[in-house]
Design a protein around this ligand. Sequence first.
Ligand SMILES: O=C(O)CCC(=O)C1=CC=C[C@@H](O)[C@@H]1C(=O)O
Ligand SMILES: [Mg+2]
Length: 357
Amino acid sequence: MALKYPFETSFGSVDNKDFFIVEVVDQNGIKGYGESVAFTAPWYTEETTETTKYMLEEFLIPLLLGSDWNHPGELTRIFGSVQKNNMAKAALEGAVWDVYAKQNRTSLAEMLGGTRERVEVGVSIGIQPTIEKLISVIEKNVAAGYKRVKLKVKPGWDVDMLKEVRSVFPTLPIMVDANSAYTLEDVEHLRQFDSYNLLMMEQPLGQHDLVDHATLQKELSTPICLDEGITSYTDAKTAIALGSCQIMNIKIGRVGGITEAIRIHDLCRQHNLAVWCGGMLESGVGRAHNIALASLPQFKLPGDISASTRYWEQDIVKPEVMMNNGFIQVPNGYGIGYEIDWDVLNEFKVETTSFSK
Ligand SMILES: O=C(O)CCC(=O)C1=CC=C[C@@H](O)[C@@H]1C(=O)O
Ligand SMILES: [Mg+2]
């Protein structure tokens, strides 16, 4: 699916999202859906759309079909014989969770222990060609109702940019995401970010460098949030023990599924760290999973879960995901609470592969 606008980060630009939808059907014909969230190139994590497909076809689907289990919460253990490949695991596990909620005639949000009727959301804005263009993009999103803005930063597009943005939007809740564009040698430079009253600074340093993030957090008053650095419950436990961050971004795909995401949520709740739900430029299917997860109590900060229209001319779910005044209503229909719009999905479909028990 072509994005409405290219999404530029410190690593490069995404113009299209090439992904697949996993459909799981139970013995009674109940269908659940999951989405692979990896990109076509491995810049964000090591996975790509094609590695996800390979891991599912060769390992994860055969494991699912060949094992005995009663609850989607058991899949993390069953998939444990495959190392990493979290986005592949999450695509399948998410579809099973959807079936399970539908079998139990409840919404996915309720099944997961969600407590919110609506979730607060913000918008993530990529690097723009000019400051003027950035300011007009922010204006447009604020006018649409988004109340928190995340700005991508990299060396050369950071403090000067923030100074100008802050002069136009003095009170707007703003955060930045560096996708590991800095090192500890930049500490004096990064200290300047403290002047701009930022909600947080997301993943400034190396992807898995929890030690350097802990050192940096002691130097900055801006809270550090980890994204790429948290790929499991164990990472979250280590980051908390070291003081590597004050906030965590939870992405279902990055941590290997909903079950692991909830374990991290519960751990952060025990330690009083706020979490929020990150995005991967998903279609409506992945977005629906994010909305359900973000209804859990420790999701205390707005997530990167924008409306379908922010990225897509036409989404593959009906109704499309809608944002109203900075909030998305948590659907109360069974499962993910959105239907697949097959007319639209079939227009984008390249191939289908089926597996059965
Ligand atoms: O899906 C969204 O709206 C958020 C997108 C977003 O900010 C990101 C998606 C994927 C990789 C990154 O560039 C970035 C992030 O790091 O959170
Ligand atoms: Mg990020």
